[in-house]
Design a binder for this molecule. Structure first.
Ligand code: CA
Length: 235
């Protein structure tokens, strides 16, 4: 009787046809779906039902997806729930907006059911973004091993010399593979809020890191108009 609970996915989507397609495909994969037709209802059900994941349409009548996301991510009770933003427009500004207010991922309409399920699996596996990875964290991605505490970066048995900022940047990105971070977010995380720098400053660090990493530099991917992400390598 102790079957593993099905992950609960709350879907907020105002278009009935799309909601039905999403629900059908998620249920076929064995997820329990809580469908909601608007932002207000969705938000209150997120609070009462504590879902494992939220799929949130950006364009909603009344309270829009940005506002729902903002409220979910600013409430200590709900902020850890992973949230995937669905946007009809592939406009970069929407994506930046979504990520800037804490969405964990996004998917652009129109998407195939297969794409949706793949996204959902990645985000559920990844879990919520951890706030800080305590000082001594060592991250291993494929051949690459990043030991923050010992300030030691290796690819295979080759030791790579990097600056402390490059080390923090690489460690942070590699700690959240597949997740896109806007430049401004990276700046505040690895350089500090008070540094007199511009967003482009991150580009300089990334360029230098890639050079030092050689072939492995490809693992740091540029997401045009948004920022950077560490590739999801086979783990
Ligand atoms: Ca909509």
């Amino acid at each position: 009787m102790t079957a593993l609970a099905k992950p609960k996915i709350l879907v907020i989507e105002d278009e009935p046809d799309i909601l039905e397609v999403i629900q059908y495909n998620l249920e076929r994969e064995g997820y329990k779906v809580l469908p909601c037709r608007n932002g207000e209802q969705g938000l209150s059900r997120i609070r009462t039902d504590n879902p494992d994941l939220v799929i949130l349409d950006l364009m909603l009548p009344g309270m829009d997806g940005v506002e729902v996301c903002r409220q979910v991510k600013s409430d200590p009770v709900t902020r850890a729930i992973p949230l995937v933003m669905v946007t009809a427009k592939s406009e970069e500004s929407d994506i930046v907006l979504g990520l800037g207010i804490g969405a964990d991922d996004y998917i652009t309409k129109p998407f195939s059911p297969r794409e949706l399920i793949a996204r959902v699996k990645v985000v559920l596996r990844r879990g919520p973004l951890r706030e800080e990875s305590g000082g001594g964290d060592r991250v291993v991605r494929g051949e690459m091993s990043i030991d923050l505490a010992r300030h030691e970066l290796r690819i295979g048995d080759r030791l790579i010399t990097v600056t402390p900022t490059e080390m923090r940047l690489l460690h942070f990105l590699a700690s959240h593979p597949g997740r896109v971070f806007p430049r401004s977010h990276l700046l505040s995380r690895v350089i500090g809020e008070d540094a007199v720098v511009t967003d482009r400053n991150i580009d300089v660090h990334v360029r230098s890191l890639r050079q030092k990493l050689g072939d492995a530099g490809n693992l740091i991917e540029t997401v045009r108009g948004v920022g950077y992400r560490f590739a999801e390598v086979g783990r």
